[in-house]
Design a protein around this ligand. Structure first.
Ligand SMILES: C[S@@+](CC[C@H](N)C(=O)[O-])C[C@H]1O[C@@H](n2cnc3c(N)ncnc32)[C@H](O)[C@@H]1O
Length: 293
C-alpha cells in the first residue's frame, strides 16, 4: 500500500480549519485527503488515474455521501475549470483555503505489472497514469529517432549513458514493447551501476515523465490551483526529483516577486531519517509551501 510522504508536515502547513474546503491535486490512495478530512476539512480531490478514483469512491463512500469529499477524475492542470464547474453544479461557494500536490506515481501504479511502470516483473510498456492519454512508453521508443531518445533519457532521467541505451533500443531485433525487454537491454548496456539500484531506474523515470507530460502538467497546475485559492490560503507541493522541484521553486519565486504570495519555506522541507527508514520512497521528497497574499 502507498505510504503518504511528509503527511504531518503537509497537513500542518495547510492549517486545516473545520468546515473549510481544500484541494488535494493528487488523490492517489487518499492518504493526504484522509488526514484533511480527519482534521475537519472538506476536500475536492483530483486524480486522472481511473483506478485511484474507483478506489476512492469505494473507500470514502461515506464522506462522499456526506458531501465532505468531491472526487474528480481529471488532470490537475484543469483545477481552475473544474472548480468553477463544480461551483455551478453544486450551487456552493467552494471557497478554497488550501491546495496540496504530492507529485509522481503511487506505489500501486509503480508495482502493478500491467500498468508498465515497473522494471520488476513483466508487462506491456504502457506507463500512462491516465489511460485516456494516447501515447504509451513503447510508442515513444518506436517513434522517436535515436538522438532524441538519448536526449529524453538524459534530460528527464539524468541518465549518463543515454546514447548507448538509445542505440541499443533502436537496434533491438524486435521492437521494445515490454518492461522486461527494456530493463534487460539497459542492464546489458550500462557500464556504471549502483548497488541496490536497478540500472533501468533513470530510463523508466524519463519515459514516465514523457508519456504523462509531467513537467507541463505541473507548470499548468500551479497557477491553476493558485487562481482558485482564497487570500491567506496555502499551497503545498511535494516533489520527488529536481525537474519537479525546480518548477515549483521558480513558480513560487515568481508569485513572491509579483507580491502575490509569501514563500513559507526558504529551504524545502525534507523527510526525517526516521521517515526515510520507514518509507524508502520518501528519500528524495522536498516540500515547499506558500501563503497567498
Ligand atoms: C504520489 S501519488 C499521491 C499519493 C497520495 N497523496 C496519498 O497519500 O495517497 C500521485 C498521484 O497523483 C496522480 N497524478 C499524477 N499526475 C497527475 C495529473 N497531472 N493530474 C491528476 N492526477 C495526477 C497519480 O495518478 C497518482 O495517483
Amino acid at each position: 500500500m502507498h505510504i503518504s510522504v511528509l503527511l504531518h508536515e503537509a497537513i500542518e502547513f495547510l492549517n486545516v480549519q473545520s468546515g473549510s474546503w481544500y484541494i488535494d491535486g493528487t488523490f492517489g490512495r487518499g492518504g493526504h485527503t484522509k488526514a484533511i478530512l480527519k482534521a475537519g476539512g472538506n476536500v475536492i480531490a483530483f486524480d486522472w488515474d481511473h483506478e485511484a478514483i474507483a478506489y476512492g469512491r469505494e473507500t470514502f463512500a461515506h464522506e462522499i455521501i456526506d458531501g465532505r469529499l468531491i472526487l474528480v477524475h481529471e488532470s490537475f492542470s484543469k483545477i481552475e475549470q473544474s472548480v468553477r464547474a463544480l461551483r455551478i453544479e453544486t450551487e456552493k461557494d467552494l471557497e478554497i483555503s488550501g491546495a496540496l500536490f504530492d507529485f509522481g506515481t503511487s506505489t500501486e501504479q509503480l508495482t502493478s505489472a500491467n500498468r508498465g511502470f515497473s522494471f520488476e516483473g513483466d508487462g506491456e510498456l504502457d506507463m500512462r497514469m491516465d489511460t485516456r492519454l494516447g501515447v504509451m512508453a513503447k510508442d515513444i521508443l518506436a517513434l522517436i529517432p535515436e538522438n532524441q531518445l538519448a536526449d529524453l533519457f538524459k534530460d528527464f532521467g539524468g541518465e549518463e549513458e543515454s546514447k548507448a541505451i538509445a542505440k541499443a533500443v533502436k537496434q533491438a531485433k524486435t521492437p521494445v514493447s515490454t518492461t522486461k525487454q527494456l530493463a534487460d537491454i539497459v542492464a546489458k548496456v550500462k557500464r556504471h551501476t549502483r548497488p541496490g539500484i536497478n540500472p533501468a531506474t533513470k530510463v523508466f523515470q524519463a519515459l514516465r515523465i514523457a508519456v504523462n507530460s509531467e513537467l507541463d502538467e505541473i507548470s499548468d497546475a500551479l497557477p491553476s490551483a493558485f487562481s482558485v485559492l482564497n487570500p491567506a490560503g496555502t499551497l503545498v507541493c511535494i516533489s520527488f526529483h529536481d525537474g519537479e522541484d525546480r518548477l515549483v521553486k521558480q513558480q513560487f519565486k515568481a508569485f513572491e516577486k509579483n507580491k502575490l504570495a509569501e514563500v513559507l519555506t526558504p529551504k524545502p522541507l525534507q523527510p526525517t531519517e526516521k521517515e526515510i527508514t520507514e518509507n524508502y520512497r520518501s528519500r528524495s521528497a522536498k516540500l515547499r509551501a506558500l501563503r497567498k497574499l
